[in-house]
Design a protein around this ligand. Structure first.
Ligand SMILES: [Zn+2]
Ligand SMILES: [Zn+2]
Ligand SMILES: [Zn+2]
Ligand SMILES: [Zn+2]
Length: 241
C-alpha cells in the first residue's frame, strides 16, 4: 500500500538524518523540500501564537497543489479554531479524522479540538444574525435589504403593452352570420387596438419582484465573523455623507 510505503520511506529518512546530523527532532520532519519548510514554519508560528501567519502559510501550501502531509489538516484545524473560523476548522478536523482514523499522530489533540468546537458550532446554528458558517449577514447591496426591487417588466419585456388574445392582436373579430357569410366586428376587449395595457406592470414597464442578487432574502453573508450579539458593529454602519 501507498501509505505503508510512505511510512517506510519516512522511517528510512529519519534514520539517515539521525546518522548524518546525530539527532532527530521531535516534530520537525527531515527536509523534504518546500512542503516541509512550510509545515515547519507554520507549526513554529502556531507555537508563538501567531495564527495569522500560520494560516497564511497553510493556505500557501494548499494553493501550491503539492500533496498535503498527513498531519496538516489537524494543524490547520487548530489554527482556524484560534482564528474563530469554527466551521472551517471543523471541516479540516473531520477530514483529518476521516483520513487518519485512530492512527493519526495527533489523534488525542484532534479529539480535544472536536470537543472544543462543539460549543461555538452550536452557537452558530442558533444565531439568526449569521449564515451557517458563522459569517455575519449584511444588507444586500442591490435591494438595500428590501428583498424586492424594481426592474424591467418581464411579462411585456418592458413594452408596457401586450397583444390582445381575443382578437389575436388584429383588433377585429370575425363571425359567420346565419347565411354563412363572414362578418367583421371591432374587438371590444381592446377597443380595436389589438393591444392591451400589460396586466403585470399596468403599462409602467417596470415591476417589483424578488431581488436576484440575494435571492429575495434581503441579505448576504459578509466576511466578518459573527459574535452572535445584536449590537451594531462599526462595519455594519453606513457612513453618512
Ligand atoms: Zn437583494
Ligand atoms: Zn382585441
Ligand atoms: Zn409589463
Ligand atoms: Zn451569529
Amino acid at each position: 500500500m501507498d501509505k505503508i510505503l510512505k511510512k517506510n520511506t519516512l522511517v528510512v529518512l529519519l534514520v539517515l538524518t539521525a546518522i548524518f546530523t546525530g539527532k532527530v527532532q521531535a516534530q520537525v520532519l527531515p527536509n523534504l523540500g518546500q512542503t516541509d519548510k512550510w509545515m515547519t514554519g507554520a507549526i513554529a508560528a502556531m507555537e508563538r501564537q501567531d495564527f495569522v501567519t500560520a494560516n497564511n502559510i497553510f493556505r500557501n501550501l494548499i494553493d501550491s497543489g503539492l500533496p498535503l502531509p498527513e498531519e496538516m489538516p489537524y494543524f490547520f484545524a487548530e489554527t482556524l479554531y484560534h482564528l474563530d473560523q469554527f466551521d472551517n476548522s471543523a471541516n479540516f478536523l473531520n477530514k483529518y479524522l476521516e483520513l487518519t482514523g485512530f492512527t493519526g499522530e495527533n489523534y488525542d489533540g484532534a479529539k480535544e479540538l472536536k470537543e472544543k468546537l462543539s460549543e461555538p458550532l452550536k452557537s452558530i446554528q442558533m444565531c439568526q444574525l449569521c449564515d451557517r458558517r458563522g459569517y455575519r449577514y449584511k444588507a444586500c447591496f442591490t435591494c438595500d435589504g428590501n428583498k424586492e426591487i424594481e426592474q424591467d417588466c418581464d411579462y411585456c419585456k418592458a413594452k408596457g403593452v401586450v397583444g390582445c388574445s381575443r382578437c389575436g392582436g388584429t383588433g377585429m373579430i370575425t363571425k359567420k352570420n346565419i347565411f354563412n357569410i363572414v362578418e367583421y366586428f371591432e374587438c371590444e376587449r381592446c377597443a380595436a387596438n389589438g393591444r392591451l395595457t400589460c396586466p403585470v406592470c399596468q403599462g409602467t414597464k417596470k415591476e417589483v419582484s424578488a431581488c436576484r442578487t440575494c435571492g429575495g432574502s434581503g441579505r448576504l453573508a459578509s466576511d466578518a465573523i459573527c459574535d452572535h450579539t445584536e449590537e451594531v458593529h462599526d462595519h455594519d454602519v453606513v457612513p453618512e455623507n
